[in-house]
Structure formats: C-alpha cells, structure tokens
Ligand binder design. Structure first.
Ligand SMILES: NC(=O)c1ccc[n+]([C@@H]2O[C@H](COP(=O)([O-])OP(=O)(O)OC[C@H]3O[C@@H](n4cnc5c(N)ncnc54)[C@H](O)[C@@H]3O)[C@@H](O)[C@H]2O)c1
Length: 374
C-alpha cells in the first residue's frame, strides 16, 4: 500500500467517467492508480453522480461541497466541452489543480484564460488525451527518438466515422459549438503527433458541413433531430517545426475506410503508430530498401494492455507530489487547441496559419516510473 496519495474529485459523471473510475480503481486486469485517492463525485445532475458513486462504492457530493473540501487537491473535469473552462476556472478559484477532458476549451482564447488563471494561482492544468502515454505510443516515441526513421519527412493521420449519433446516448454536443470531429478526435491524433514529432509550426486546411441536421440513432434519444452548427469533415496539412508535413483527416461523414490511423515517414524507414484513441496496439516498422518488410516492434513499455484513461491524471498527481512536471499538461493541450482552431480558420480564410504557442515534447514516461508503474 502506498501512502503517497493525492485527494481528487470528479465533476461530470457521464459516459466517460466509468472508464476513468475503472482504471483508477483497478478493474479487470489493470493494477489501478493508488496515487489517486477519490474523495467524491459531483455532477450538475445529482442523479448522475449518485448512480456512478453507487456503482463504484464512492461518495456523491454537491459541486460546491467538493470545491470547499480541503481533502481534494485536484479536480478531474469530465463535463462537456462547452463547460470545460467555466468549470475549470471555478475549481482553480477554489484552489484546486484541474485535469480536464479534451478539448481544453472550445476556443484558444478560453484555453489561454484557463492557463493564465492557473499560472497566477500557482496551480496546475492537465488535459486529456493521455493515450499518448500508453505503452504502444511510448514505444513509437522510442523508435523515433532512436533515429531509426532518419530525417522525418511526414506522415498521415485519419479519424473518419459516420458520426457519434450512432452510439452515444446523448450526442447533441458533438454537433454543437465545441463539437465536430476536429475538436473531438483531433486531440488524440495531434497530441500523439506532437509527442512524436514536436511542435506544429503551420496549418493549411479545408473543411465542410454536408448536413445541417442529423438524427440520433441510439437509445434513449433515438429519432431526435440535432442541429449541426460545426463542420463535420475536415482535411489539413500540418507543417511541423522539424520540417515534417503530416496530412490529417477528421470526419463524422465517412461510412467506412481502410487508412491506418497514423503513419510516419522518415528518409530511412516508415512507422505505423496504432490508434491514438487507445493505449495499446501494434507498432510496425519498415526499413527502406528492397527485401525489407514490415516488422512488429516489440512493445516493452507499460500501459499498453488496457484502457488506462486517467494515466495522465496519475502522472499529474505524481508530478505534484514529486515536484516534477507532468506530461498531459496545459501547455501541450493549448498548443493542440491552437492547431485545431487553425484548421477551422485556415479553411474559412483560405490561407496557411502560423502556430505560435510554444510547446516542449513531454518527457518519455519511462523516465519517472517507480517500480515500472506510476
Ligand atoms: N464518451 C466518450 O467515449 C468520451 C471519450 C473520451 C473523451 N470524452 C470527453 O469527455 C467529456 C464528457 O463526455 P461524456 O461522453 O462523458 O459526456 P456526457 O454527456 O455523457 O457526460 C457529461 C456530464 O457532465 C455533466 N455536466 C455538463 N455540464 C456540467 C457543468 N457545467 N457542471 C457540472 N456537470 C456538468 C452532465 O450532467 C453529464 O453528466 C467530453 O469532453 C468528451 O469529449 C468522451
């Protein structure tokens, strides 16, 4: 048993909260994250937090009670995108560190506001996604850092699906301001690309909205018509500061496709990086030259064998307790948000947009693991 623990509380106990709670409390084969001491769950719908609390044997509480609790040092904000910054600012004002689901905010300006407020208060911001900390993505990072790819040329990234109204119980937010495939799925891909390649320097893009309304296909809101106020199909070229150019596509309008999620190209080899929406998956390398073939890179890094959503929170809590930087941090999330906003702006304005927020690649996870785990 560890005594090194940070008190945390959750605000927002909808769909994704169960993945966090399962990973932290060690369901299935996962070891759990004992550094995270869950003191309570809150939601603007008390029935949602009460139900989740009962499911996991935890305590439901009001939002104000949570913010007033001296046992809680960090708030995990799992509300919908439009509420991320408002809820985050409240938690900062109450003296809590904040780890938010993605995107950090729905505009760069509000993300900046959150970071400025945290810096002023001497508190930390963390943000999903944390899948780039998964074993397979850290393995891919080790391949890139080894120089095996040679000079980095570029790559591709594809997230394309028919739309989340097929499965999400309450999908309207995906088509509202702050929704759309870029803000929803872009964080996984762009964060992983920054982890692998470093900062983005410039963006060009085109985006479209084919339908102004969509019909919910999933229960319990099946048949309800949703207004669509965001683009639902976007393609972009991301120019990285290291010279690599990566083409990406994010879409809620594609019935099916066969592109792999992420590929990187270097002058000496190409690398397949698994789906950045997950922690594990196959990493494959093919060296340049006749007779070479794709080979699987053995994944020896931890956290590749399960759904470890909350790994970024655990790394942040450990960072706070050990007084070291955490990886899924606000600067990284703000850089990614600026890139995503630039995709919309580049499309609307028909020009290439420069990215200004500086960002450092987070340290490989292995450098701060104790006993091989957080
Ligand atoms: N569902 C997924 O598979 C998934 C995966 C990864 C990330 N996410 C992200 O997680 C976040 C939440 O998604 P979800 O699918 O759990 O949504 P959801 O709608 O199922 O749950 C959101 C919860 O937040 C609560 N809430 C909303 N505004 C609030 C406020 N101002 N104060 C307090 N509570 C508030 C709602 O009552 C609801 O219970 C989103 O940012 C989403 O992008 C979702």
């Amino acid at each position: 048993m560890t005594t090194r623990r940070l008190g945390i509380g959750f605000i927002g106990t909808g769909n994704i909260s169960s993945a966090y709670l399962r990973a932290i409390t060690g369901h299935e084969a996962m070891a759990g994250f004992p550094v995270l001491d869950i003191k309570g769950l809150a939601d603007m719908r008390p029935e949602a937090s009460q139900a989740r609390a009962a499911e996991f044997g935890l305590k439901a509480m009001g939002i104000d009670e949570m913010l007033g609790s001296s046992d809680i040092q960090l708030v995990v904000n799992l509300t919908i995108p439009r509420a991320h910054v408002e809820v985050g600012l409240k938690a900062l004002a109450a003296g809590k560190h904040v780890y938010s689901e993605k995107p950090l905010g729905i505009t760069y300006a509000e993300g900046r506001k959150l970071l400025d407020a945290a810096n002023k208060a001497g508190l930390r911001i963390g943000s999903a996604p944390d899948t780039f900390l998964g074993g397979s993505h850290q393995q891919a990072r080790a391949v890139v850092d080894s120089g095996a790819l040679g000079q980095l040329v570029g790559g591709t990234g594809f997230f394309q699906c028919p739309g989340h109204e097929a499965w999400h119980p309450d999908p309207a937010f995906y088509y509202d301001i702050g929704g759309g495939p870029v803000l929803d799925m872009g964080p996984y891909y762009i964060t992983d690309l920054v982890n692998l390649l470093g900062p983005v320097a410039r963006v060009s893009a085109m985006a479209s909205r084919l339908r102004n309304q969509r019909t919910v296909l999933s229960e319990p809101k099946k048949g309800q018509v949703i207004d669509v106020v965001v683009d639902t199909h976007a393609t972009a070229s991301l120019g990285f500061a290291n010279g690599a150019i990566v083409q990406v596509a994010f879409s809620f309008d594609v019935p099916a496709h066969k592109h792999v999620p992420l590929e990187l190209y270097g002058t000496e080899a190409s690398l397949i990086v698994p789906d950045p929406n997950f922690f594990g998956g196959d990493v494959e390398l093919r060296k340049r030259g006749k007779g070479e073939d794709w080979v699987k890179v053995p994944v020896t890094q931890p956290y590749a064998d399960g759904n470890y959503r909350s790994l970024g929170v655990a790394d942040m809590a450990s960072g706070i307790l050990d007084n070291r930087p955490h990886r899924a941090n606000g600067d990284l999330a703000l850089h990614v948000l600026e890139v995503m906003e630039a995709i919309a702006a580049a499309s609307a304005q028909g020009r290439t947009i420069d990215i200004k927020t500086p960002v450092a690649r987070p340290e490989p996870l292995a450098t701060s693991l104790k006993d091989g785990r957080i």
